[in-house]
Design a protein around this ligand. Structure first.
Ligand code: GLU
Length: 301
């Protein structure tokens, strides 16, 4: 997928349902930013978490995007067809001492955390206490459930500059711990798949919703371990529902009403701080180029 463009962006929806108003904002922002830079915009369907994928949702999403005029500049990439590439990356991480097998169940992890008097919870997922790290004895006879990334405890304070949110920092070890690369059920974890595919597609700029911002440091440590480039990141404002919570398929956001695509685009453009009159892509693009307040922020950490 070679290209002479210096900018390669992408929109990477998970087909767990149709697009909702919040996902159109991320799609539109990634498209506008790619076009404003004279770049390429690619669509990638993140259908690795098969139990959560809804049959037909991928095709529906592509139709919804097309009815707004958003069409991938290259072949659509389907993560469900990329297992061999994820395995290759995992093998590379294992060979370099960056990944280890883990035999802990969720209950094992909770028991260890409780015995340490810790209730380190983050988004309901316990911070992994490192029980199966090789230097602590590894699996110790337990069958392997999952593969985890072995964070280097000496260098896990990750700093990066988000084009909208500004300088960011996260200590991945204390925030999430050794995170999962391949799940106990054999499915590939989002973190590994997204890093492998951003690299494979030559993505230079990631534009996505702010709810994903705290995944960025995990992706940066993985990029470093796999010796692939770190793209520039821009996390867009979240769309909140009437209850003040972020719109998501999980909390029952309605599928987009695309009977009037111009109105849906205008609403998405308004969420990005562009004037509500942006009813068409050319109009939104002109406004993005003029009014988007974060263009001047350095795009590299
Ligand atoms: N597939 C993810 C989602 O739909 C987005 C991944 C990304 O943009 O990095 O939430």
């Amino acid at each position: 997928m070679a290209s002479s463009s210096l900018y390669r962006g992408r929109f990477a929806p998970s087909p767990t349902g149709p697009l909702h108003a919040g996902s159109l904002v991320a799609a539109l922002a990634s498209w506008l930013d790619a076009r404003a830079h004279g770049g390429i915009w690619l669509v990638r369907l993140e259908d690795v978490d098969t139990p959560r994928c809804v049959p037909g949702a991928s095709e529906h999403i592509l139709q919804q995007l097309a009815s707004c005029g958003l069409v991938s500049d290259g072949p659509v990439l389907w993560q469900s067809q990329r297992g061999a590439h994820y395995q290759q990356a995992l093998d590379q991480l294992i060979a370099n001492g960056h990944a280890y097998p883990c035999g802990c169940s969720r209950k094992d992890i909770e028991t260890v955390l409780q015995s340490q008097g810790l209730s380190r919870e983050r988004h309901q997922t316990a911070v992994y206490p490192g029980t199966c790290r090789p230097e602590r004895g590894g699996l110790q006879g337990k069958p392997a459930h999952a593969w985890r990334f072995a964070l280097d405890p000496a260098s896990t304070d990750v700093r990066w500059i988000d084009r909208r949110l500004g300088p960011q920092t996260q200590n991945v070890a204390t925030a999430v711990g050794d995170f999962v690369l391949k799940r106990a059920d054999g499915l590939w974890a989002y973190q590994l798949a997204v890093v492998v595919d951003d690299a494979a597609q030559g993505i230079t700029h990631v534009v996505r919703g702010e709810d994903l911002a705290d995944n960025t440091p995990r992706q940066i440590v993985l990029q470093r371990a796999l010796a692939v480039p770190t793209p520039a990141y821009l996390h867009t404002p979240l769309v909140l529902g009437a209850n003040g919570e972020k719109l998501s398929k999980q909390n029952g956001a309605q599928a987009l009403d695309l009977s009037d695509p111009g109105a849906a685009l205008a609403q998405a453009a308004a969420s990005l701080g562009l004037p509500v009159s942006a009813r068409s892509l050319p109009e939104a693009l002109a406004l993005w180029a003029q009014a988007w307040p974060y263009h001047h922020v350095a795009t590299r950490p």
